[in-house]
Design a protein around this ligand. Structure first.
Ligand code: PEP
Length: 246
């Protein structure tokens, strides 16, 4: 039985003044049935990880470098993020694939670095609108999952987030049938490659999840939660999404 996961990706938003909002999110969710993860900018990992709400909340990074240390100005290694309190690292978000030219091989190396540091990698994949319209969605996500997820992926150290690029921050969402088709396809790929661990890995949907569409998306088979961007920034927006998983 996979536990549900509500994960928030704050992207390049948030300041120390947002800690009260985080406290509110934690305190609003004492229910034990849902795991909660917030991934703030790196500057907020330590203060967020030091907070204690009534609901245990994991804190994650939005990226990590593939090396454990070295001459990589501006980058942050997974062991450093772990030391700051992050237990998870998002890798391969489409904004990083696009803005920083990250390939699936890079993403896989980053996921391996997260694992080596004792962290859970949240591996993101998803098709562009062009891929979708050309009927290439399953080919694209199949290739991405094969190349981005490490061989050592387990239910404990890996989460996969299916995020259609065209749905991120746009207010557009695939149909429930489309989401179900991709999640069933990804589940089959994970099981074929990783056996029981593939059954246990949580598959999140991400892309314009909000209070009004969360419950119907979460009712789709093999949707084990969500990776939420904009709607994870405030307790008012994120709480109903978490509640829809309970
Ligand atoms: C995301 O950034 O991963 C995301 C899904 O964003 P949004 O929820 O704002 O579409």
């Amino acid at each position: 039985m996979r536990r549900k996961l509500a994960a928030g990706n704050w992207k390049m938003n948030g300041a120390l003044s947002a800690m009260a909002e985080v406290q509110a999110i934690c305190d609003a969710h004492p229910a034990p049935g849902v795991d909660l993860l917030l991934c703030p900018p790196a500057t907020l990992i330590w203060p967020m990880a030091s907070m204690r709400g009534s609901h245990p909340m994991a804190v994650g990074a939005q990226d990590c470098h593939m090396a454990a240390k070295g001459a990589h100005t501006g980058d942050i290694a997974a062991p450093m993020l772990r030391e700051a309190g992050a237990t998870h690292a998002i890798v391969g978000h489409s904004e990083r694939r696009a803005d920083h030219g990250e390939t699936s091989a890079t993403v896989r190396a980053k996921a391996e670095a997260a694992h080596a540091a004792g962290m859970t990698a949240v591996v993101c994949i998803g098709e562009t609108l062009e891929d979708r319209e050309a009927g290439r969605t399953l080919d694209v996500v199949g290739t991405q999952i094969a190349a981005s997820a490490p061989d050592g992926a387990t239910a404990a150290n890996t989460v996969v987030a299916y995020e259609p690029v065209w749905a991120i921050g746009t207010g557009k969402v695939p149909t429930l049938r489309q989401i179900g088709e991709v999640h069933a396809f990804l589940r089959a790929k994970l099981v074929a490659r990783l056996d029981d661990e593939g059954t246990g890995i949580r598959l999140l949907y991400g892309g314009s999840v909000k209070a009004s569409n969360a419950a119907e998306i979460f009712a789709v088979d093999d949707v084990d939660g969500a990776l939420v961007g904009g709607a994870s920034l405030t307790c008012a927006d994120f709480s109903p999404i978490i509640s829809a998983l309970e």
